[in-house]
Write a protein that binds this ligand. Structure first.
Ligand code: ZN
Length: 191
């Protein structure tokens, strides 16, 4: 009987140790890859988290519900998915309750607007795109621009699709470089 108790306690200790070492592995604040000064500046100039990395979790599947019925939404999502090369995946849903991101119409002083909510660890969990019914309706560049904010761009770039005044419908290389950096550094890491 005594031996059995000893055995059970030993098993419990083994389980606890296994559990603790499992926790060690998922600790998010591992050191980031070696970045150049330019890369750190690019990253911290455009992150929603300022000097910290704020973004969707690795491999997140982000379902998008579109109240505005934009006919080219698939093109918008596909272009961002390609630019993100599998880090996260945007897809559409017909069920508003399943959606992480919702697109709605709303009167704005600009053509579009994007909002993001995040947890304390700086991981995103909800987004909203607001499209002005006059300036933004059926405007591919505006939808694409706002989804740039949803996937991780906060401050605007100097030119191109993610500039304050959109000058292109293409996702340029600098934005792709930024997103690659953003999704290569752990969520919540601060420079
Ligand atoms: Zn913007």
């Amino acid at each position: 009987m005594k031996n059995l108790r000893k055995f059970v306690s030993l098993i419990l200790v083994v389980i606890v140790v296994t559990y603790l070492s499992g926790c060690e592995i998922i600790t998010p604040l591992t050191p980031p890859p070696q970045l150049t000064q330019e890369e750190v500046i690019l990253l911290t100039s455009h992150s929603w988290g300022g000097n910290c990395v704020a973004r969707w979790r690795d491999g997140a599947v982000i379902e998008v519900y579109d109240e505005t019925n934009f006919p080219l939404l698939e093109e918008v999502l596909n272009d961002w998915n390609e630019a993100l090369s599998g880090s996260i995946f945007l897809t559409t849903t017909d069920d508003p309750n399943e959606a992480e991101v919702t697109i709605v119409f709303g009167s704005l002083s600009s053509d579009g607007q994007a909002e993001i909510k995040w947890h304390n660890d700086l991981s995103f969990y909800e987004g909203r795109v607001i499209i002005d019914p006059i300036g933004g309706r059926n405007n591919l560049a505006i939808y694409k621009h706002e989804f740039g904010h949803i996937v991780g761009v906060y401050n605007h770039f100097a030119a191109g699709l993610m500039a304050a005044v959109v000058t292109s419908e293409e996702i340029d290389q600098e934005v792709k470089n930024y997103l690659k950096l953003l999704y290569s550094v752990p969520i919540g890491y601060c420079f």
